[in-house]
Design a protein around this ligand. Structure first.
Ligand SMILES: Nc1ncnc2c1ncn2[C@@H]1O[C@H](COP(=O)(O)OP(=O)(O)O)[C@@H](O)[C@H]1O
Ligand SMILES: [Mg+2]
Length: 182
């Protein structure tokens, strides 16, 4: 059973997964790379427009041992028996905006992705399917080594689940219109 790192684009999945894989001497399975190589993305890399059933089948064949599996689609394409622990990295939406701007995302795509983080869609879907295997870690204002330590503690000791509520924060800042304008 594998260690899974998921969360919205820009939360630090790939950065953290590489360090965890190194620390645990495991290899990385990148769900996006596999989907891309299999020609499954219909539009673009960060889209959810992918045949999840087909991807689930392909992953079933590829995952034979303990790996570090990374990708925002993880909750939708993995099966419970493949997962030892699934870590959902969470990041303050105000921190995500500059990451997305650096990636030259359109305003629309920025709103889509920050909106998804504010509502906690991936965490919600992951908890529905994987329950006690899900741990959320808030990476906001933490250095990369700090996040790695938190993730390692979660993997080794099964602790460190954090509660996040970006919606409360966004409401308090009167920014609902900024993130959810139509
Ligand atoms: N804990 C952290 N603190 C500050 N910046 C981070 C942290 N983790 C990742 N980053 C930076 O955030 C950006 C997005 O990280 P990345 O690993 O590509 O995220 P993802 O794979 O989830 O899209 C990168 O520029 C990365 O260097
Ligand atoms: Mg990435």
């Amino acid at each position: 059973m594998s260690i899974v790192i998921t969360g919205n684009p820009g939360v630090g999945k790939h950065t953290i997964s590489e360090k965890i894989a190194e620390r645990m001497n495991l290899s990385i399975i990148d769900i996006n790379t596999i989907a891309k190589d299999s020609g499954l993305f219909e539009k673009n890399d960060d889209s959810n427009d992918v045949d999840v059933e087909e991807l689930e089948k392909i992953l079933e064949e590829k995952i034979s041992e303990k790996n570090v599996i990374v990708g925002h689609l993880a909750p939708y394409v993995l099966r419970r028996n493949q997962v030892k622990v699934m870590i959902v990295l969470r990041r303050n939406p105000y921190e995500l905006i500059p990451v997305y701007q650096d990636r030259k995302y359109s305003d629309n795509k920025i709103r889509e992705n920050t909106g998804s983080e504010i509502l906690g869609i991936i965490a919600h879907d992951a908890m529905n399917k994987f329950q006690e295997k899900i741990f959320q870690i808030d990476v906001s204002e933490k250095s990369i080594p700090e996040v790695v330590e938190n993730v390692m503690a979660t993997i080794l000791e099964n602790n460190g689940n954090e509660q996040v509520d970006w919606l409360e924060l966004v409401k308090k800042n009167n920014d609902l219109g900024k993130f959810f304008v139509d």
